[in-house]
Design a binder for this molecule. Sequence first.
Ligand code: HEC
Length: 112
Amino acid sequence: MRLKATATLATAVLALTFATAAHAQMSEAATHGKATFDSKCSICHSADTTDKKIGPGLKGLYTHSTLADGATKVTDETVTERIVNGKVPMPPFKDQLTPEQIKEVVEYLKTL
Ligand code: HEC
């Protein structure tokens, strides 16, 4: 009986440790960015594959040397510019998101 309680406690502590570790992987900014992405971007972009939806899947975006056009380098500046101004058929987000929200989305894209 005591052994079982100890085992249960150990499992709970272990689970808590993993939960905390998983959360620590994403910064607060990236966590906010994910929420924005899920509500504003995920209709057109997958986050977990490079397969095309309406726009290119953004998995591993920051591991690519260029954007899908094959010419524009992937940097905070070019990715931010794309979100701010869009690129037909992607709508611009400068009137929908604050600069802070766009920064957070960029932080999130870096985790993909
Ligand atoms: C209505 C659909 C739509 C929505 C909503 C949308 N996008 Fe896009 N996005 C696209 C399309 C289509 C492209 C490809 C444009 C092109 O290069 O011709 C694109 C391109 C991009 C690119 C460049 C990818 C690459 O490899 O070239 C990024 C980064 C991006 N979008 C981020 C976002 C983010 C972040 C949001 C949300 C704030 C968002 N998009 C919302 C359709 C959309």
